[in-house]
Design a protein around this ligand. Structure first.
Ligand SMILES: [Zn+2]
Length: 202
């Protein structure tokens, strides 16, 4: 039997009402409306692991949904009262979890500034890579990140390769993530390789 080698559009990498079909949806209460005049034109890359340096547990979902059990680990006592979120998490396995629809404001950047504009949450999309600053990220994570980035660039034309920043770049005195182990060169090379295509939704 002949196989069609043309690569069909992956219907899972499309948006429905600001949600990525390929992502497991885990809605966070830590979100609100963006300012009405806001244009989404920045992508912010972070890293997170809970407890720090451990991967694969349920704790990031719990943290972003305000259900972290402080008795599960001493570190959780320090962070249990924080109300934060990101739009996406890309786990070591490449699994994508979505906490906030892209058109809504997630609470990931905190006090921040990009090219003279403050409060980056207003106009950015935040993606957490499961990891730590000084340990290489998994290739499956880069593959997933590139697919998501292309999708976001299609749907939010203000996001260009020059408008992708690390958290450490927009909050340099407070934050170090995604850290020196995040391979920006590799990420940007992968990103440059494929055409963008058209938007998925109007
Ligand atoms: Zn961060």
């Amino acid at each position: 039997m002949l196989r069609n080698d043309a690569c069909p559009p992956d219907e899972r990498f499309q948006l429905t009402r600001g949600r990525l079909r390929a992502a497991r949806q885990c809605p966070s209460p830590n979100q609100d409306l963006r300012p009405s005049e806001a244009v989404v034109d920045l992508l912010v890359i972070h890293n997170i692991s809970l407890p720090p340096g451990e991967f694969g547990g349920p704790w990031i979902d719990d943290f972003f949904t305000n259900r972290l059990d402080p008795s599960a680990h001493p570190y959780f006592e320090d962070i249990k009262a924080l109300k934060v979120s990101s739009h996406l998490l890309i786990r070591r396995s490449g699994e994508i979890v979505q906490y906030v629809p892209f058109h809504r404001r997630a609470w990931h950047a905190g006090q921040s500034e990009f090219h003279g504009r403050c409060n980056c949450n207003d106009f950015s999309i935040g993606i957490e890579m499961e990891g730590v600053d000084d340990l290489a990220f998994a290739d499956t994570q880069y593959q997933a990140l590139v697919r998501v980035t292309r999708l976001l660039m299609r749907n939010y034309p203000g996001i260009t390769p020059h408008r992708i920043a690390g958290h450490s770049e927009i909050a340099p005195n407070r934050k170090t993530d995604p850290g020196p182990a995040f391979d920006w060169r590799h990420y940007r090379q992968l990103l440059a390789r494929a055409p963008l295509g058209g938007p998925d939704e109007g």
